[in-house]
Design a protein around this ligand. Structure first.
Ligand code: SF4
Length: 364
């Protein structure tokens, strides 16, 4: 399969009226021949004989980032990750922080052509421990993401999904079988918010989180972008964090990140630091071991503490590791408890750099 092709894809059914219904994500778009779904990159074939992914091999935004930027604080800390995405998205968040990619109809046309082997080779040569499928959502370009992931695995490079988790049950299993880690956006804890602000639904996201934590070995962290007046009430944060403690595990890391006015929410103020700090305090009160603030500088609340003795095991200043007190097997130097997560014998040294990558230089 070459880079830049449209490829036939599964997860669809034909309806009685002749339309194709996509069964990849819970949106269940219904399309006549040639029509695209809401995500833009999946469409019913012109001949009406199935569906195709138009973004196969067309990717954008190649950049080497710190893994902490995904954010993942318990997955190979200090390592670098090669990030990319495609056009389109299967949610329609009014506050989208990547709307230039996710909503642009031009991105697909302007994207670089990158075969899976090219991306894996670039990651290996650039010394990246992993590749991240990010910016939009690997759910919608799953077949491409999985081919890249397979190429990465042959070179010893790991795979990270940055996703909203809005995906149906069968494709969910297939997508995450190719992943080593995931950061799932839990955008709020009410159906109302998901419906009004994202044109989506909460329940399938909760199902994805339960699946990841209880039925896979994929290392999973959660991010909630707190938007003033929208999803930042004490009641909502209480409910969200109690659910994580009760239905997932207490050592699943939770990142509360700051909103910046963007896209259709330019009138909403940025998230004040005390809001993030309050959310983190509620999470800890409810028994979560690893709650972080993000998109702000607050070293005391960006640090990783031992879930057993409370000792500071990893110090951070934004994306920079400032202190590392885990042994080579990922145990706390103070009490010997194993830290939840995936750790190398030593932390990486990538720091906070961001390196744009010309992917076509790595083509065979
Ligand atoms: S993956 Fe795309 S086409 Fe399929 S249901 Fe979701 S938004 Fe619609």
């Amino acid at each position: 399969m070459g880079a830049g092709d449209s490829v036939n894809v599964g997860y669809w059914t034909r309806l009685g009226d002749g339309r194709i219904e996509c069964r990849l994500c819970p949106r269940l778009c219904k399309m006549r021949a040639g029509q695209r779904g809401l995500c833009f990159v999946r469409r019913a074939r012109e001949d009406g004989e199935g569906m195709e992914l138009t973004a196969y091999g067309r990717s954008t935004g190649f950049c080497v980032d710190p893994i902490e930027k995904k954010p993942l604080n318990h997955f190979l800390p200090g390592s670098s990750v090669l990030s990319f995405g495609t056009a389109g998205c299967n949610l329609a968040c009014a506050f989208c922080q990547n709307w230039d990619i996710s909503k642009s109809r031009e991105v697909e046309r302007l994207s670089a052509h990158a075969a899976p082997e090219t991306i894996a080779r670039a990651a290996e040569r650039l010394g990246c421990a992993s590749v991240a499928y990010t910016y939009n959502d690997p759910v919608i370009f799953m077949e491409y993401a999985l081919d890249v992931a397979a190429a990465c695995r042959t070179l010893g490079v790991k795979n990270v999904a940055v996703t909203a988790g809005f995906v149906c049950e069968e494709p969910r299993k297939r997508l995450f079988a190719g992943m080593d880690a995931a950061n799932v956006d839990l955008k709020a804890f009410t159906e109302r918010f998901y419906s009004k602000r994202c044109a989506g639904a909460l329940e399938p996201v909760l199902d994805t989180l339960k699946y990841l934590v209880h039925e896979t070995d994929v290392w999973t962290e959660i991010t909630t972008l707190l938007i003033p007046g929208e999803n930042d009430s004490d009641d909502e944060i209480e409910a969200l964090t109690q659910w994580v403690a009760r239905e997932l595990k207490r050592d699943v890391p939770l990142h509360f990140t700051a909103f910046h006015p963007d896209y259709h929410m330019l009138e909403t103020a940025p998230t004040p630091l005390p809001t993030l700090q309050r959310a983190r305090s509620i999470a800890i009160k409810n028994g979560l071991h690893h709650a972080y603030v993000g998109n702000v500088r607050d070293p005391a609340r960006e640090a990783t503490l031992c879930g057993n003795c409370g000792a500071r095991c990893i110090g951070r200043d934004r994306y920079e590791i400032t202190e590392y007190r885990l042994d080579a097997s990922g145990r706390c130097l103070a009490c010997g408890s194993r830290m939840a997560g995936v750790f190398a014998a030593k932390p990486g040294t990538w720091g906070s750099r961001r390196l744009p990558v010309d992917i076509e230089r790595y083509a065979a």
